[in-house]
Design a protein around this ligand. Sequence first.
Ligand SMILES: *Cc1c(COP(=O)(O)O)cnc(C)c1O
Length: 367
Amino acid sequence: MSTHAPTPRPGVLAIEAYVPGESKVPGGLKPIKLSSNETPLGPSPAALVAYKAAAAELERYPDGQATALRQAIGRRYGLDPQRIVCGAGSDELLTMLAHAYLGPGDEAIYTQHGFLVYRIAILACGATPVVADETNLTADVDKILAKVSAATRMVFLANPNNPTGTYLPIEDVRRLRTLLPSHVLLVLDAAYAEYVRRNDYEAGIELVATTNNTVMTRTFSKIFGLAALRIGWAYCPADIADALNRIRGPFNMSTPSILAGAAAMDDSAHVESAVAHNEEWLVWLTREIEALGLKVTPSVANFMLIHFPPEEGRGAVACDEYLKSRGIILRRVASYGLPDCLRLTVGTADENRAVVEALGAFLRKGT
Ligand SMILES: *Cc1c(COP(=O)(O)O)cnc(C)c1O
């Protein structure tokens, strides 16, 4: 009998497990949680009705094709439902893409402050993560291209990126696609697309439609307010949709997720009010926090990066501790290479006022 314990495949133990935004504060206060980019407005009421109705048939397997959900997405964006693949959050889709297209010896590129799920997905396949530097906390097409080697198989680009809140204009994304080798799969993670109000931004639908090597992923976890249900989707070239459908779990979406997601997709008025709320408060928060003397990276999403001086007692860590003592949770982003920053999610009007007030009190407090 062997005394050796099972060992994971190479790469697995190189993964640092993802640490989600915190959700608890000391003393059992009900926290003001602005740490995970969730919407302060909650989901569409229609999604809640659909979710509750799904309780009537919990003994039945879900529709393995998630047909109602793919059709609702297709209706909303004018897309062929056959080219839409749904997943348990876009995280599952990013992981499935990596599993379908990466293996040992392959390289996949993401950017310096890019979303950490990419690194995890790449390493989990035994492939090698390659990090491209950014310029001014923004992805840089030339720096990504400079990292392409004979082994490159995939590029992950969050647009806008989390945690920086910066974005690349669609012209730059097109240039990236044009200059990448055609066998390299470009994954455009557009988790915050609905929030962006810029004429030169596009999530990438047209690029997916007109190339055979680009995928766009989207989520119901942010503006749609359904993070707890784990719903994401990918719009893919037909061959890539086919590959994903071969490797995905046959029932990867639950019935409550399928039905609530479809109802949320059909409620465009709810999304519009969430966009309006965000536009107003993103501007207000940026202005008020800058007025306190802190630098804020201009964001096009529903969160922003706040920069602190790297000083003991006055820096990001001290501020985070202070805010937590007042029941307010922001996101530390040292794991993204940003130890002197905190990420703040736009909250309700009251939450936004409370966080600005608390930041001011922290800065006045001195050391
Ligand atoms: C929040 C987020 C997602 C969404 O993840 P889900 O698994 O759909 O909840 C994807 N990409 C980025 C960059 C994000 O910030």
